[in-house]
Design a protein around this ligand. Structure first.
Ligand code: ADP
Ligand code: ADP
Length: 233
Protein backbone atom coordinates (compact mmCIF):
# COMPACT_ATOMS: atom_id res chain seq x y z
CA UNK A 1 0.00 0.00 0.00
CA UNK A 2 2.99 2.28 0.73
CA UNK A 3 6.14 1.57 -1.22
CA UNK A 4 9.56 3.17 -0.79
CA UNK A 5 12.01 2.49 -3.59
CA UNK A 6 15.56 3.39 -2.61
CA UNK A 7 14.51 6.75 -1.21
CA UNK A 8 16.88 9.43 -0.02
CA UNK A 9 16.04 12.95 1.15
CA UNK A 10 18.56 15.78 1.24
CA UNK A 11 17.31 19.06 2.70
CA UNK A 12 18.38 22.32 1.07
CA UNK A 13 21.75 23.46 2.41
CA UNK A 14 22.64 20.04 3.85
CA UNK A 15 25.69 18.23 2.54
CA UNK A 16 24.53 14.71 3.48
CA UNK A 17 21.15 13.06 2.98
CA UNK A 18 18.99 13.01 6.13
CA UNK A 19 17.71 9.56 5.19
CA UNK A 20 18.96 7.17 2.52
CA UNK A 21 18.53 3.59 1.39
CA UNK A 22 14.91 3.59 2.49
CA UNK A 23 13.45 0.63 0.64
CA UNK A 24 10.44 -1.11 2.10
CA UNK A 25 6.74 -1.75 1.72
CA UNK A 26 3.90 -1.30 4.13
CA UNK A 27 1.34 -3.98 3.29
CA UNK A 28 -2.34 -3.08 3.13
CA UNK A 29 -4.17 -3.42 6.43
CA UNK A 30 -1.11 -3.52 8.67
CA UNK A 31 0.07 -1.23 11.44
CA UNK A 32 3.74 -0.53 10.86
CA UNK A 33 5.85 1.27 13.39
CA UNK A 34 8.65 3.57 12.22
CA UNK A 35 11.04 3.49 15.16
CA UNK A 36 14.36 5.08 16.04
CA UNK A 37 15.83 7.81 18.24
CA UNK A 38 14.88 11.49 17.93
CA UNK A 39 16.50 13.25 14.99
CA UNK A 40 17.10 10.09 12.97
CA UNK A 41 14.69 11.06 10.19
CA UNK A 42 11.33 9.51 11.10
CA UNK A 43 9.32 12.68 10.36
CA UNK A 44 11.21 13.01 7.09
CA UNK A 45 10.18 9.50 6.03
CA UNK A 46 6.54 10.20 6.99
CA UNK A 47 6.64 13.50 5.12
CA UNK A 48 7.71 11.68 1.97
CA UNK A 49 4.52 9.61 2.25
CA UNK A 50 2.15 12.52 2.84
CA UNK A 51 3.84 14.67 0.20
CA UNK A 52 5.01 17.33 2.67
CA UNK A 53 8.58 16.37 1.73
CA UNK A 54 9.72 17.94 -0.51
CA UNK A 55 6.69 20.09 -1.51
CA UNK A 56 6.53 22.07 1.74
CA UNK A 57 9.96 21.55 3.28
CA UNK A 58 12.27 22.09 0.33
CA UNK A 59 15.07 19.68 -0.42
CA UNK A 60 15.42 16.82 -2.85
CA UNK A 61 13.77 13.44 -2.77
CA UNK A 62 15.48 10.72 -4.81
CA UNK A 63 13.96 7.34 -5.51
CA UNK A 64 10.20 6.89 -5.43
CA UNK A 65 7.41 6.81 -2.87
CA UNK A 66 3.99 5.58 -3.92
CA UNK A 67 0.80 5.39 -1.88
CA UNK A 68 -1.93 3.23 -3.39
CA UNK A 69 -0.03 3.57 -6.65
CA UNK A 70 0.18 7.38 -6.57
CA UNK A 71 3.63 8.94 -6.70
CA UNK A 72 3.78 11.42 -3.81
CA UNK A 73 6.22 13.66 -5.69
CA UNK A 74 3.87 14.30 -8.58
CA UNK A 75 0.78 14.78 -6.36
CA UNK A 76 0.34 17.68 -3.97
CA UNK A 77 -0.67 16.76 -0.38
CA UNK A 78 -4.21 18.03 -1.13
CA UNK A 79 -4.42 15.65 -4.06
CA UNK A 80 -3.61 12.78 -1.72
CA UNK A 81 -6.21 13.60 0.97
CA UNK A 82 -8.56 10.79 -0.08
CA UNK A 83 -5.67 8.31 -0.04
CA UNK A 84 -3.49 9.31 2.90
CA UNK A 85 -4.46 11.09 6.11
CA UNK A 86 -1.62 12.73 8.03
CA UNK A 87 -1.56 13.70 11.69
CA UNK A 88 1.49 15.70 12.76
CA UNK A 89 3.18 15.86 16.14
CA UNK A 90 1.21 18.76 17.53
CA UNK A 91 -2.56 18.27 17.17
CA UNK A 92 -3.28 21.86 18.19
CA UNK A 93 -1.46 23.21 15.14
CA UNK A 94 -3.65 20.96 13.01
CA UNK A 95 -7.04 22.45 13.89
CA UNK A 96 -8.76 25.02 11.69
CA UNK A 97 -12.27 25.20 13.20
CA UNK A 98 -13.71 25.58 16.71
CA UNK A 99 -15.92 22.59 17.44
CA UNK A 100 -15.31 18.86 17.17
CA UNK A 101 -18.09 18.36 14.64
CA UNK A 102 -16.92 21.20 12.37
CA UNK A 103 -13.38 19.89 12.46
CA UNK A 104 -14.45 16.42 11.31
CA UNK A 105 -16.48 17.95 8.46
CA UNK A 106 -13.72 20.34 7.36
CA UNK A 107 -11.42 17.61 6.01
CA UNK A 108 -14.04 16.58 3.44
CA UNK A 109 -14.75 20.04 2.07
CA UNK A 110 -12.60 19.78 -1.02
CA UNK A 111 -13.95 16.36 -2.01
CA UNK A 112 -17.25 17.46 -3.49
CA UNK A 113 -19.35 15.02 -1.46
CA UNK A 114 -23.10 15.38 -1.07
CA UNK A 115 -24.18 17.00 2.25
CA UNK A 116 -25.92 13.83 3.47
CA UNK A 117 -22.80 11.75 2.81
CA UNK A 118 -20.73 14.27 4.74
CA UNK A 119 -23.17 14.20 7.66
CA UNK A 120 -23.12 10.41 7.74
CA UNK A 121 -19.35 10.30 7.70
CA UNK A 122 -19.17 12.76 10.60
CA UNK A 123 -21.56 10.53 12.60
CA UNK A 124 -19.59 7.36 11.78
CA UNK A 125 -16.34 8.99 12.77
CA UNK A 126 -17.70 10.44 16.03
CA UNK A 127 -18.82 6.92 16.99
CA UNK A 128 -15.63 5.24 15.85
CA UNK A 129 -13.48 7.55 17.95
CA UNK A 130 -15.74 7.70 20.99
CA UNK A 131 -16.34 11.43 20.46
CA UNK A 132 -20.13 11.55 20.06
CA UNK A 133 -20.63 13.16 23.47
CA UNK A 134 -18.15 15.92 22.63
CA UNK A 135 -19.44 16.95 19.21
CA UNK A 136 -20.39 20.54 20.12
CA UNK A 137 -17.41 21.17 22.37
CA UNK A 138 -14.77 23.71 21.50
CA UNK A 139 -11.63 21.71 20.73
CA UNK A 140 -9.52 24.04 22.87
CA UNK A 141 -11.39 22.84 25.99
CA UNK A 142 -10.62 19.13 25.45
CA UNK A 143 -7.93 16.98 27.03
CA UNK A 144 -4.80 16.07 25.07
CA UNK A 145 -6.07 12.57 24.32
CA UNK A 146 -9.43 13.88 23.15
CA UNK A 147 -7.71 16.45 20.93
CA UNK A 148 -5.51 13.76 19.42
CA UNK A 149 -8.61 11.71 18.61
CA UNK A 150 -10.24 14.76 16.97
CA UNK A 151 -7.08 15.28 14.88
CA UNK A 152 -7.26 11.65 13.76
CA UNK A 153 -10.99 11.96 13.07
CA UNK A 154 -10.50 15.04 10.92
CA UNK A 155 -8.29 13.12 8.49
CA UNK A 156 -10.49 10.00 8.60
CA UNK A 157 -13.65 11.53 7.16
CA UNK A 158 -12.25 11.51 3.58
CA UNK A 159 -11.93 7.70 4.14
CA UNK A 160 -8.20 7.48 3.44
CA UNK A 161 -6.77 4.00 2.83
CA UNK A 162 -3.60 5.03 4.66
CA UNK A 163 -3.06 6.90 7.89
CA UNK A 164 0.32 8.42 8.76
CA UNK A 165 0.93 9.61 12.32
CA UNK A 166 3.97 11.28 13.84
CA UNK A 167 4.36 10.28 17.51
CA UNK A 168 0.62 10.50 18.18
CA UNK A 169 0.97 9.61 21.85
CA UNK A 170 4.06 11.65 22.73
CA UNK A 171 2.18 14.33 24.69
CA UNK A 172 -0.24 11.91 26.36
CA UNK A 173 -0.34 10.13 29.68
CA UNK A 174 -0.39 6.32 29.46
CA UNK A 175 -4.19 5.99 29.72
CA UNK A 176 -4.87 8.55 26.97
CA UNK A 177 -2.11 6.98 24.85
CA UNK A 178 -3.80 3.60 25.12
CA UNK A 179 -7.12 5.08 24.01
CA UNK A 180 -5.49 6.52 20.90
CA UNK A 181 -3.64 3.28 20.14
CA UNK A 182 -6.81 1.25 20.61
CA UNK A 183 -8.55 3.48 18.05
CA UNK A 184 -5.73 2.88 15.56
CA UNK A 185 -5.89 -0.85 16.12
CA UNK A 186 -9.65 -0.80 15.52
CA UNK A 187 -9.13 1.09 12.25
CA UNK A 188 -6.66 -1.51 11.05
CA UNK A 189 -8.70 -4.53 12.11
CA UNK A 190 -12.23 -3.35 11.36
CA UNK A 191 -11.75 -1.10 8.32
CA UNK A 192 -8.52 -2.48 6.85
CA UNK A 193 -6.82 0.92 7.04
CA UNK A 194 -3.05 0.85 6.63
CA UNK A 195 -1.23 2.72 9.41
CA UNK A 196 2.36 3.98 9.45
CA UNK A 197 3.23 5.52 12.80
CA UNK A 198 6.50 7.05 14.01
CA UNK A 199 7.46 6.58 17.66
CA UNK A 200 10.73 6.75 19.55
CA UNK A 201 9.40 4.96 22.64
CA UNK A 202 9.22 1.46 21.25
CA UNK A 203 8.00 -0.15 24.46
CA UNK A 204 4.84 1.94 24.52
CA UNK A 205 3.56 0.86 21.11
CA UNK A 206 5.30 -2.38 20.21
CA UNK A 207 2.37 -4.58 21.21
CA UNK A 208 0.20 -2.82 18.61
CA UNK A 209 2.63 -3.22 15.68
CA UNK A 210 2.40 -5.87 12.98
CA UNK A 211 5.83 -4.89 11.69
CA UNK A 212 8.64 -2.48 12.52
CA UNK A 213 10.96 -0.37 10.41
CA UNK A 214 13.81 0.75 12.66
CA UNK A 215 16.04 3.68 11.67
CA UNK A 216 19.13 2.86 13.73
CA UNK A 217 21.16 6.05 13.07
CA UNK A 218 21.05 9.11 10.79
CA UNK A 219 21.60 8.19 7.15
CA UNK A 220 21.48 4.42 7.81
CA UNK A 221 18.99 2.22 5.96
CA UNK A 222 16.07 0.96 8.06
CA UNK A 223 16.07 -2.51 9.59
CA UNK A 224 12.84 -4.33 8.91
CA UNK A 225 11.16 -7.09 10.82
CA UNK A 226 8.46 -8.32 13.11
CA UNK A 227 8.47 -6.95 16.66
CA UNK A 228 10.18 -10.14 17.88
CA UNK A 229 12.89 -9.90 15.22
CA UNK A 230 13.57 -6.22 15.94
CA UNK A 231 13.68 -6.75 19.71
CA UNK A 232 16.34 -9.41 19.12
CA UNK A 233 18.62 -6.94 17.27
P1 ADP B 1 12.85 12.50 13.75
O1 ADP B 1 11.44 12.58 13.29
O2 ADP B 1 13.38 11.10 13.76
O3 ADP B 1 13.10 13.21 15.05
P2 ADP B 1 13.39 14.42 11.60
O4 ADP B 1 13.00 13.79 10.31
O5 ADP B 1 12.47 15.37 12.23
O6 ADP B 1 13.76 13.24 12.64
O7 ADP B 1 14.77 15.15 11.44
C1 ADP B 1 15.93 14.51 10.91
C2 ADP B 1 16.99 15.56 10.60
O8 ADP B 1 16.55 16.36 9.51
C3 ADP B 1 17.25 16.50 11.77
O9 ADP B 1 18.64 16.73 11.82
C4 ADP B 1 16.51 17.76 11.38
O10 ADP B 1 17.13 18.89 11.90
C5 ADP B 1 16.59 17.74 9.86
N1 ADP B 1 15.43 18.41 9.25
C6 ADP B 1 14.12 18.08 9.44
N2 ADP B 1 13.31 18.89 8.71
C7 ADP B 1 14.12 19.73 8.05
C8 ADP B 1 13.91 20.81 7.11
N3 ADP B 1 12.67 21.16 6.73
N4 ADP B 1 14.98 21.46 6.63
C9 ADP B 1 16.23 21.11 7.01
N5 ADP B 1 16.51 20.11 7.88
C10 ADP B 1 15.49 19.44 8.39
P1 ADP C 1 -20.06 7.04 1.64
O1 ADP C 1 -19.67 7.72 2.93
O2 ADP C 1 -19.17 7.42 0.49
O3 ADP C 1 -21.51 7.09 1.33
P2 ADP C 1 -20.18 4.68 3.12
O4 ADP C 1 -20.57 5.54 4.25
O5 ADP C 1 -21.07 3.60 2.61
O6 ADP C 1 -19.75 5.54 1.86
O7 ADP C 1 -18.80 4.07 3.53
C1 ADP C 1 -18.30 2.96 2.87
C2 ADP C 1 -17.77 2.02 3.90
O8 ADP C 1 -16.65 2.61 4.52
C3 ADP C 1 -18.74 1.70 5.01
O9 ADP C 1 -18.81 0.31 5.16
C4 ADP C 1 -18.09 2.31 6.26
O10 ADP C 1 -18.31 1.52 7.39
C5 ADP C 1 -16.65 2.31 5.89
N1 ADP C 1 -15.87 3.31 6.61
C6 ADP C 1 -16.22 4.04 7.67
N2 ADP C 1 -15.21 4.82 8.07
C7 ADP C 1 -14.19 4.57 7.24
C8 ADP C 1 -12.87 5.04 7.14
N3 ADP C 1 -12.38 5.95 7.99
N4 ADP C 1 -12.10 4.58 6.15
C9 ADP C 1 -12.57 3.68 5.29
N5 ADP C 1 -13.80 3.18 5.34
C10 ADP C 1 -14.61 3.61 6.30
Amino acid sequence: MIRFENVSVTYDGATEPTVQGVDFEVPEGELVLLAGPSGVGKSTVLGAVSGLVPHFTGGTLRGRVTVAGRDTRTHKPRELADVVGTVGQDPLSHFVTDTVEDELAYGMESLGLAPDVMRRRVEETLDLLGLAGLRDRSIATLSGGQQQRVAIGSVLTPHPRVLVLDEPTSALDPAAAEEVLAVLQRLVHDLGTTVLMAEHRLERVIQYADRIALLPSPGAAPLLGTPAEIMAV
